[in-house]
Structure formats: C-alpha cells, structure tokens
Design a protein around this ligand. Structure first.
Ligand SMILES: NC(=O)c1ccc[n+]([C@@H]2O[C@H](COP(=O)([O-])OP(=O)(O)OC[C@H]3O[C@@H](n4cnc5c(N)ncnc54)[C@H](O)[C@@H]3O)[C@@H](O)[C@H]2O)c1
Length: 261
C-alpha cells in the first residue's frame, strides 16, 4: 500500500456528498480505508460504493447530534476496519440549513449538529484512537467564523438581535479545536481545523445566489472560485504522520479573503 495515509482508517462525517465526499476520495487515493458516516443513508451508501470495494470504504449511519448514535457509529467503524486513526468532523447543517429560521429552538438545533456534534463524535472516537497509540482529528470550521458583519442568516432589518447560528457554531468549532488539542495531546491525538471560504458545492449553489459567487471571489487576494479539491491537501497534511507536532491550529483556505493572525 502506498500513499501518505497508507494503512490508516479514516472516518469522515458528512461524507455522503460535497466536501466530505471529496475528503474521503482523496484519503482513499492516499491509501486509507474510509468510513463514510452520514445522516443521509442513500447518499452515504452511494458515496461509499463510489470509493471502492468493501475493503476500501463502507457506509455507517450517524446523527452526529445524538450521543447514542455517535457511539454506535464509532463502534461500527471499528468493527468494519479494526480501529480508527483519523476523524474528520465535516458534517454540519449547511446545505440543509434553514437560512431564515431565527428561532431560539432552531439555533439550538444548529448548535447540536454543527458544534456539539463535533464534540460528541470526537468523544466517541477518542478512546479508539488511544487504543491505537494516537490519532488525528480534523474539524471543519468556515470563513463564516471570521465574518462578524453580514454573517449568513442575519436579518436585514432590526427586529431585535438575530441568530447568527451557522457563524456562531463555526466560530465555536475553532475554540473547541483548541480545547480538544490541549486535552488530547497527551495521548498523541492532534486536533486541527480547516476554515474554508466559499466552496463551489451543491449546497453552496443552493445557499449562495450564483450572481454573488463572482462578487465573493473578487474579495479574495487570489481571485477565483474554490472547489472541494482545493481543501483536500490540507486535510491530508493534518491527518498524516508529518503533522505529528501540529495541533490546535486553524488553516483558512479562502484565496486570502480572511487572514487571521
Ligand atoms: N461549501 C462551502 O462553501 C463551505 C464553506 C465553509 C465551510 N463549509 C463546511 O464544510 C462542510 C461540508 O460542506 P458541504 O458544502 O459539503 O455541505 P453539504 O450540506 O453538502 O454536506 C453536509 C453533509 O453533512 C450531512 N449531515 C447533516 N447533518 C448531519 C447529522 N446530524 N449527522 C450526520 N451527517 C449530517 C449531510 O447529510 C451532508 O451529507 C460543512 O461543515 C460546512 O459547514 C462549507
């Protein structure tokens, strides 16, 4: 087996489509076996079979916002491939996110999936990584975490303080990444995050009007439209042996729109 992730087992949440599927595809190219973990069963099964035979990829159903479901899914991944070395917490309410729902109840739902789901899934997987002597966790944040004005889903007029649900959770993922890195380092588990700008996925095409895409691209130091494949090199690096002392870091991949210190 060759590749930078040869012999590793990677679990990628939300890999039924979009960016998660692209991470999974690249991980397979780099020699990993991949567990496609998604809430959407038909997408997840189709994605897993598109990645190769059952020695290479399998589908595991998961709702990352459910404490029971994440435990069952982590065990199913271990049963399928013997352990877990890499976890990518990519699942989120993005394409399926209700853009205009400003209710407190919905804010809590978005937090349960996008932020608490990262913690729940990591809590379920970390003991399996400890059994392997270490591991890699890569969390998916977003450039939305850095956009304090005009954040996605905010009301145009002022009816009161709105819910910035998506952006709030993606900012939370950055903080959680650092806390988890601090706690899990003693067990050789690294935790890093990727914060993509606007990426051309099916979900984005639903959420961001096509006329807005060129305007967003023009705000970048390097103009142009980003695709899921533009993110995979960073995920492979964070997941690889080469990054064994890289932890608690956030890599913004957005063509130079946001350049946080
Ligand atoms: N596309 C972008 O422009 C962009 C930019 C920055 C960050 N992101 C982030 O990247 C990730 C993927 O984005 P995408 O464009 O592929 O979005 P997407 O909506 O196409 O993919 C999300 C996936 O997560 C799954 N999912 C949703 N809720 C789940 C749950 N409770 N449990 C398990 N799986 C669940 C969905 O079924 C879907 O397969 C998300 O975390 C998103 O917030 C996307």
């Amino acid at each position: 087996m060759t590749g930078r992730l040869a012999g590793k087992v990677a679990m990628v949440t939300g890999a039924g489509r979009g960016i998660g599927l692209e991470y999974a595809r690249r991980f397979v190219e780099e020699g990993a076996s991949v567990v496609v973990a998604d809430l959407n069963e038909s997408n997840g099964k189709e994605a897993a079979s598109s990645l190769g035979d059952t020695d290479t990829a399998c589908f595991v159903a998961v709702d990352v916002s459910s404490p029971e479901s994440v435990e069952t899914a982590a065990q199913a991944a271990v049963d399928a491939f013997g352990g877990i070395d890499i976890l990518v917490n990519n699942a989120a309410l993005y394409g399926d996110w209700e853009l205009t729902n400003q209710s407190y109840e919905y804010l809590k739902t978005v937090f349960d999936v996008n932020l608490h789901g990262v913690w729940l899934m990591s809590r379920a997987v970390a003991p399996h990584m400890v059994e392997r002597g270490g591991g890699r966790i890569v969390n998916q944040s977003s450039g939305a975490a850095y956009n304090y004005r005009g954040a996605m889903g905010t009301p145009e007029e002022f009816p009161g303080l709105g819910s910035y649900s998506y952006s709030q959770t993606k900012r939370g993922v950055i903080g959680l990444t650092k806390y988890m890195a601090g706690q899990l380092g003693a067990w050789n588990i690294t935790v890093n995050a990727i914060a993509p700008g606007v990426i051309d996925t099916e979900a984005t095409r639903k959420t961001v009007p096509s006329a807005v895409m060129p305007m967003l691209a023009a705000q970048q130091a390097i103009p142009g439209v980003l695709h899921p494949a533009d993110l995979t090199g960073a995920a492979v690096f964070f997941a690889s042996d080469e990054a064994r002392f890289v932890t608690g870091q956030v890599l913004v991949i957005d063509g130079g729109k946001y350049m946080p210190a």
